[in-house]
Design a protein around this ligand. Structure first.
Ligand code: ADE
Length: 228
């Protein structure tokens, strides 16, 4: 999978070099390219924003640099890319979104700053690929960079081969619509706190049943909105 990120803060993405995704990049499973939006400006000040038509607070990102950046990146693509703009005004990002995108060949992620991006950029992008405005949650970040990182990690780890043991992807929170069951390791007793007996029983059927009950109970108390 190839991911192109467009941002005015390319340095933000340096941390992708480390950890699991860094290794996935080294092994050629995940190619991430980060582009500076200012490289697509033509004025001396490398301007990427301007005042909003109609007035109001803050600045809006200008369409021209975005148009040139999208042209350059979409032109390299063998198939139409999925073009993602992190935005608090977008649809909610979920495990299902991550799963869907992990099967795509090419994602372009456009990180907006300030009060947003000129709306015409989304209409233009739709002529180059599928456009998705996606929010991490109901809160406002300063820009799309942190959201883009979260999305790259959530999607990247689902690309086949990135996570060593694929079984661990099956049993985690949200993969079956429920929160994950609690996990324990040795010692069986620690500071007066004991591992539940059923987990020491060696009885696989009872363990599976207990874990499912725990998933339901946790989801009921912590995230009732996930239950039908
Ligand atoms: N940009 C600013 N806030 C955001 C959010 N909640 N999700 C995605 N992108 C954002």
């Amino acid at each position: 999978m190839r991911v192109d990120v467009v941002t005015i803060f390319p340095g933000f993405f340096d941390v992708l070099e480390v950890s699991l995704l860094g290794r996935a990049r080294e092994r050629g499973l995940l190619e991430v390219h980060v582009h500076d939006l200012r490289e697509f400006t033509s004025d001396r000040h490398r301007t990427v924003d301007d005042t909003p038509y109609g007035g109001g607070a803050g600045m809006v990102m200008k369409p021209e640099p975005w148009g040139l950046a999208l042209d350059a990146l979409a032109a390299q693509a063998p198939t139409p890319p999925t073009i993602v703009f992190p935005s608090p005004a977008g649809e909610l990002f979920s495990q299902a979104t991550a799963q869907e995108w992990s099967e795509r060949e090419h994602l372009i992620i456009g990180c907006g700053r300030y009060e947003g991006i000129d709306e015409r950029v989304f209409a233009y992008a739709a002529t180059l690929g599928e456009v998705r405005l996606v929010s991490l949650g109901d809160y406002v970040l300063n820009g799309g960079e942190v959201a883009a990182m979260a999305m790259i990690e959530a999607v990247g780890r689902l690309v086949p081969g990135v996570v060593g043991n694929p079984a661990s992807l099956v049993e985690e929170s949200h993969s079956d619509g429920l929160l994950e069951y609690p996990s324990y390791t040795k010692p069986a007793s620690w500071r007066g706190l004991d591992v539940p007996d059923v987990l020491l029983s060696g009885h696989h059927g009872r363990v599976a049943e207990w874990r499912h009950e725990q998933q339901l109970e946790r989801t009921r108390t912590r995230r009732p909105d996930l239950l039908p």
